[in-house]
Design a protein around this ligand. Sequence first.
Ligand SMILES: [Fe+2]
Ligand SMILES: [Fe+2]
Length: 246
Amino acid sequence: MVDFKKSKMNGFSYKEWNDYFSRNDKQKLKIDFSQEENLSETVKKRIFPSIREFQRGEGSDGGYLMKTVECFAVRHKVPEYKGAMRWFVREENQHSTYLKTYMDFHHIQAKESPFLDRVFRKLRHLGGIRCEVTVLVTAEMIALTYYDALSKNTDSAVLKSICAQMLHDEIPHVMFQSYTLSHFKNNLPDKWIRIILMEATLLFVWGAFHNVYRAGGYDFGTFLKENMGYLHQSMELTDRKPVMPG
Ligand SMILES: [Fe+2]
Ligand SMILES: [Fe+2]
């Protein structure tokens, strides 16, 4: 499991997050299909239902999100947050494109409106930025075990490179969102909401995609332990005082 406490990004202000995202944008993945072989039907049946779900979940136009970002930036006097979130949305859309490119190569159609994506979008729109970020970071923590497991499902160098890029980008995302949540008071009921949301989502994800996790070396116990471990790390980060602009 990744230890967030060891990362220097923990102390980042929004100005530093802006700088990080703009640097990271220059390191996009170059996907090379020249060595890619066809996957067996068994592997395709195992991996693509979840890839289609995650492909849709990664993409967003960010319209509603950016309205809530604007309010937060004004209230907390952090105008740099708007730029950082624009970079973030751009990076997530790039993730969606990576997965779509892989699906296209294997002639897999995108999913119109996957169940989990619909539920998450509804939940995100229930409240302001805090609600948005709480839901987003839950999905991003689960993505850490998902892309780790997915990369071990095939010998495809392309899929492994996509999963490695996702993990490289999603780990900072969890720290970035946790930093935003640290601007709010995080009382016990707030923590319980995060725990319940995480547990409910984990049950759905395991129920729907346990074959991918099992083939990637996870059983339900390790899946649960690792994801809840990430949640506890994120909650520790939200208990820190935010870096004041200046
Ligand atoms: Fe992503
Ligand atoms: Fe992300």
